[in-house]
Structures are given as structure tokens and as C-alpha cells.
Design a protein around this ligand. Structure first.
Ligand SMILES: C[S@@+](CC[C@H](N)C(=O)[O-])C[C@H]1O[C@@H](n2cnc3c(N)ncnc32)[C@H](O)[C@@H]1O
Length: 318
């Protein structure tokens, strides 16, 4: 089987260092920038511009847990981007921080031309998940140094990603530049909670982020167990976060996802609206959470829901 990246992807790839076109050297299984005498490997058909570094835990997480649920993933995509699946056909879409690829699958099945980018080997899981979709490609790269031209995507979305880098805004701005004039950009980030919740979380994560993966997974199994207990999963998790997802694998994955990553910044809606405006976006919309119910909305508005989001979508000025 050829290890070459898809031709249409290859024609769009650019050096993240100087923006020049790249050539595929089949013998070396690498992408080459002739001008800079620089090359990047292609492994299992996926161009690799990074290794995992501080995002290492995500490579483990996405390759280990099975969390895809098609109906739920479609509904989450629509809720967190404000974009209907029927609007996507034929558009160039970037999933910025694709993880295991569940939203690449959703958008690929809606016949968009999708590129999923992740810093880690999660792209391998994502690529297997979308193997039936020739219109979906993957690249392992840093969102701050994307190997694509500016203004080259019609739709860019990023769900639960940018707050895991050293500085969220640097990622936001770098990704915003890839949106075409008139194109759409939707970003979901963790919401800042009450000061006492933030303090407890910071103290807990100071310990968990330095644990090895197996030990942390054992702890997260306890959290995932608590998440299955009615009432406990609506009260105790306002103090110590664990997932209350109905599926046990998702609970484990979500809980690990919370405690493993080196960085986890929390933001406010006003802050993110300001980033959109500064980057030249208009028609801004603050998207409401997926879940409904009076108690849920009350706790959400009081910033008491740990792991809930700040979700903004906009259109780039023409
Ligand atoms: C919580 S996961 C979310 C994955 C996916 N959006 C989803 O919701 O299923 C965050 C992902 O963002 C990726 N990520 C974070 N910062 C990144 C960066 N600067 N460049 C590329 N990927 C990044 C991580 O590797 C991780 O897989």
C-alpha cells in the first residue's frame, strides 16, 4: 500500500516555516521543502509536522478509548458550531484539534472536504475512524504553525482544544487566519468557574498532571464510577470534576481528558468575543449549551458547571 498522502491534500500543504509548496519524496516517505532543505515524515499516509510534546496524554487517550456515538456526535457538532450539516457539502472544512476524529467523521459524512489536524498520534485513530471517507484527510501538526495557506478554509471549528496549549489566544489567532473572508469560525473553550472551584481544580490538577498514565487512569476509573451514581453525579462534581456521561468509556475518557493535560485554561464569554472581534469576525453568536432544563441553565449561568463551555461562532469580514 502506498504511504503517499492524498494528492488533493498534498497540493494544499505548505511548509509551516516558509509557506512554500511541499513535494512528496516517496523513497524517503517524507514531504520535502526544496528551498529550505527541510523535510517532514509521512507515516501511515499522514504528514507529521510535530511530535506530541506537552500534549502527549491526548495521543494515549484517543488511541485507547472508544467514544464515538454517531447521533450524539452529530447533535454536538451542530450545537457547538451553530452550523447545520446540510450547509457543509463541498466546503473546505478544518477540524482544529480533531482528537480521535469524531467530528471529522460527522462533517465528512456530510460531504465536506475535511482536514483534521491534531498535535498528537490521535490522528492515527482518527484516520482509522474515517477510513471509509476519501474526502477526509489528517495532518499531525501544531495549530500555531499550520501547514496551510492563510484564508484557505470555508469553515473552521475547534471543540475543546485551544485551552490546552501554553496560551489559548495564540492558538485562536493562528487558526483564525486560516478562515476565508466570509468563512465561518466556531470555537468551544472551557468556561471559568467560581473562584473556589478554580482553586480546588488547580490544586488537584497540580498532582494529576504529573502522574503516569496508568496510575491516573486507575483514579479516573473511580471518578467514572461516581459519574454513574444518580445525585452524586449532579452534586459532588460541582466540587471535583468527573464525567456523568451515560456511557462508561466516555466517562473514563472525559475524566482522563480533564486531569491529564499539562495545560487547561478557563475563559469567559466576553474574553472570547473580544478575540473574535479583534481578529476581524462579525455576525458573532454566543451559542447556548446543548443541555436544557431550568436547574442546568441556572448552574451554567452562575458558572458552577465544571467542564462547561464558552462557545462563540462568527463570520470573517469580507
Ligand atoms: C479535548 S481533545 C478534543 C478533541 C476533539 N475536538 C473532540 O472534541 O473530540 C483536545 C485535542 O486538541 C489537541 N490540541 C491541543 N492543542 C493543540 C495544538 N496547539 N495543536 C494541535 N492540536 C492541539 C490535543 O492533542 C487533543 O487531541
Amino acid at each position: 500500500m502506498s504511504d503517499a498522502p492524498d494528492e488533493s491534500l498534498l497540493s494544499r500543504l505548505r511548509s509551516p516555516e516558509n509557506g512554500r509548496r511541499l513535494l512528496h519524496d516517496e523513497a524517503r516517505s517524507a514531504l520535502v521543502c526544496a528551498e529550505a532543505a527541510r523535510e517532514w515524515p509521512v507515516i501511515a499516509g499522514i504528514p507529521r509536522f510535530t511530535s506530541s510534546e506537552h500534549l502527549e496524554s491526548f495521543g494515549r487517550q484517543w488511541n485507547r478509548y472508544e467514544v464515538v456515538h454517531d447521533d450524539e456526535d452529530r447533535a454536538t457538532f451542530v450545537a457547538k458550531t451553530g452550523i447545520e450539516l446540510s450547509e457543509l457539502a463541498g466546503l473546505k472544512v478544518l477540524d482544529a484539534g480533531c482528537g480521535g476524529g469524531r467530528y471529522c467523521k460527522v462533517t465528512g459524512e456530510a460531504v465536506a472536504n475535511v482536514v483534521g489536524v491534531d498535535h498528537t498520534t490521535a490522528v492515527e485513530k482518527a484516520s482509522r475512524l474515517c477510513a471509509h471517507l476519501p474526502n477526509v484527510d489528517f495532518v499531525q501538526a501544531d495549530l500555531k504553525r499550520l501547514p496551510f495557506e492563510d484564508e484557505s478554509f470555508d469553515v473552521v471549528f475547534s471543540i475543546g482544544v485551544m485551552h490546552h496549549d501554553v496560551e489559548t489566544r495564540a492558538v485562536f489567532d493562528a487558526v483564525a487566519r486560516k478562515v476565508k473572508p466570509g468563512g465561518r469560525y466556531a470555537v468551544w473553550l472551557y468556561r471559568r468557574n467560581q473562584w473556589w472551584q478554580e482553586r480546588i481544580n488547580t490544586a488537584l490538577r497540580r498532582r494529576t498532571t504529573s502522574m503516569d498514565g496508568d496510575r491516573l487512569e486507575r483514579l479516573c476509573r473511580i471518578g467514572a464510577g461516581l459519574g454513574a451514581i444518580p445525585l452524586v453525579n449532579k452534586t459532588l462534581n460541582k466540587v471535583v470534576n468527573f464525567s456523568a456521561h451515560p456511557d462508561a468509556q466516555n466517562r473514563l475518557c472525559d475524566t482522563f481528558d480533564w486531569y491529564a493535560p499539562a495545560y487547561q485554561h478557563h475563559h469567559t464569554t466576553d474574553e472570547v468575543l473580544g478575540w473574535f472581534r479583534d481578529a476581524g469576525f462579525e455576525e458573532l453568536r454566543v451559542l447556548p449549551p446543548e443541555k436544557t432544563g431550568r436547574l442546568y441553565r441556572w448552574t451554567y449561568e452562575k458558572n458552577l458547571l465544571i467542564g462547561s463551555g464558552v462557545n462563540v461562532a462568527g463570520r470573517r469580514r469580507r
